[in-house]
Design a protein around this ligand. Structure first.
Ligand SMILES: *[C@@H]1O[C@H](CO)[C@@H](O)[C@H](O)[C@H]1NC(C)=O
Length: 234
């Protein structure tokens, strides 16, 4: 009996390791700027009060960095707001100013943006199959449309630092739920670098966005440039 059990255990382990070897892990599915659209969901001023997993200044900076990536790389953008005439309030004015030509999809009840046919139509119209989503709150406004879009065959990437929620428990539950369903979790800087891929081709865009939104690296750049210019003037 004991031998039999051992055999069963060995067989199970063999199957498990064969599955791991045969690539049960997803392949590297990288962002391609020709396939990507950015979806900004419910970045409304009233909802920002619910974001407690980032401080307000960093959060706004992250959201605007992601928006700048869309703008500088000329990616299609879909913007939506949940009942903007109610307590959630209007969208962040900086976002509206950056995309004067994008018609905001105002929802008048649908919690999951994907439930709004106008939103789905706007996404479809981009013609893109890689969707980067960000918004408030992560566990509702991102998780729900992310799972819906996955179900319809889109590749979904959640911009986790441009999405915020109540606390870390809620955030990790939301991230776990998404990643279990195949949503890739990324931050704006990795999104920028994976989309652009090569400093020689997109160095200017990368530098512009970094100078505006990543002060830590901006300082490194300034020091380096100063050193370069002193060396050259010697
Ligand atoms: C995107 O499309 C352009 C124009 O067709 C092409 O030159 C470029 O290599 C494509 N980029 C990627 C990452 O595939």
């Amino acid at each position: 009996m004991r031998t039999f059990l051992k055999l069963v255990v060995c067989a199970v382990m063999a199957v498990q390791s064969a599955t791991a070897r045969s690539g049960s892990f997803p392949k590297y599915n990288r962002l391609n700027m020709n396939d990507t659209a950015i979806l900004l969901i419910d970045h409304q001023v009233g909802l920002q009060a619910l974001v407690k997993d980032f401080d307000t200044v960093s959060f706004q900076n992250n959201v605007l960095a992601l928006a700048s990536i869309a703008k500088e790389l000329k990616l299609p953008v879909v913007i939506t707001a949940s009942v903007p005439e109610g307590p959630n309030g209007p969208l962040m004015p900086e976002i509206l100013k950056m995309f004067p030509d994008v018609a905001v999809v105002s929802r008048h009840g649908e919690v999951n943006a994907w439930d709004d046919p106008k939103f789905r139509a706007a996404v479809k119209k981009t013609g893109r199959n890689q969707l980067i989503m960000a918004g408030i709150v992560t566990d509702v406004c991102i998780v729900f449309p992310a799972l819906s879009a996955i179900e319809e065959g889109y590749q979904v990437f959640a911009a986790v630092d441009a999405s915020g929620t109540f606390n870390e428990v809620v955030r990790y539950a939301a991230w776990d739920r998404m990643s279990q369903s195949g949503v890739q979790l990324m931050n704006w800087f990795s999104i920028l670098c994976e989309l652009t891929r090569d400093w020689r081709i997109h160095g200017q865009v990368m530098t512009d966005i970094i100078l505006k939104h990543l002060p830590e690296y901006k300082n490194t750049m300034i020091t380096f440039n100063q050193k370069q210019s002193t060396e050259h003037s010697d």
